[in-house]
Design a protein. Structure first.
Length: 191
């Protein structure tokens, strides 16, 4: 995707130098449009591949509903916008529904990166520059992202059980026709 962005940047520079109304400007405009399409296609293809992989590998997925507008005001703004979080979430939603998987969204105000995943104590907000922190209550050293992932997993389990849906389905007894062995119906076994 970064390579396609470089080509897009170059095509836009060339377009800006062309005289308005000329045939060369029309050609350059089409070149910019194709470059934009390539960037969008690369992002969409990555989203499709990753969402399909996640849905096929797991029964349930938990995601945090992030404030993209808030993250876009940080130094990570370009990466946040390039990720296309809303498009990725919509793909996850429809694929989870299509294949009968569970998708749980955790609210953006859940303090996942502030809470200790070991003891549950809320340690307070931390700037994004702090990537590792020690819990003041139990002394556990946490990686910010790993700790948040564990808290999202815990919150997703609570959300599923609070909705009344079983977290683990119970054992399903075998049907009467299925209880025989080697395809023989019960009662008529070959000797």
């Amino acid at each position: 995707m970064r390579r396609a962005e470089k080509k897009l940047r170059k095509a836009q520079r060339e377009l800006s130098r062309k005289q308005k109304g000329s045939n060369n400007r029309a050609k350059a405009r089409l070149k910019v449009a194709r470059a934009h399409a390539k960037v969008a296609d690369a992002r969409r293809e990555f989203h499709h591949q990753l969402s399909t992989q996640l849905i096929s590998e797991s029964q349930g997925i938990a995601v945090e509903d992030l404030s993209v507008a808030g993250l876009a005001r940080t130094k990570l703004a370009k990466s946040v916008h390039d990720a296309g979080w809303a498009q990725f979430l919509s793909m996850l939603e429809y694929k989870a529904q299509r294949y009968g998987r569970t998708l749980v969204k955790i609210g953006r105000f859940e303090p996942t990166s502030q809470t200790c995943s070991t003891c549950g104590v809320k340690d307070g907000p931390k700037p994004l520059s702090i990537r590792e922190w020690t819990c003041s209550a139990c002394g556990t050293v946490h990686d910010r992202d790993t700790n948040a992932a564990l808290n999202v997993k815990t919150a997703a389990g609570l959300a599923v059980s609070a909705c009344g849906a079983p977290v683990r389905p119970g054992a399903i007894p075998a049907q009467r026709e299925e209880t025989g062995s080697h395809g023989f119906p019960t009662g008529n076994r070959a000797a």
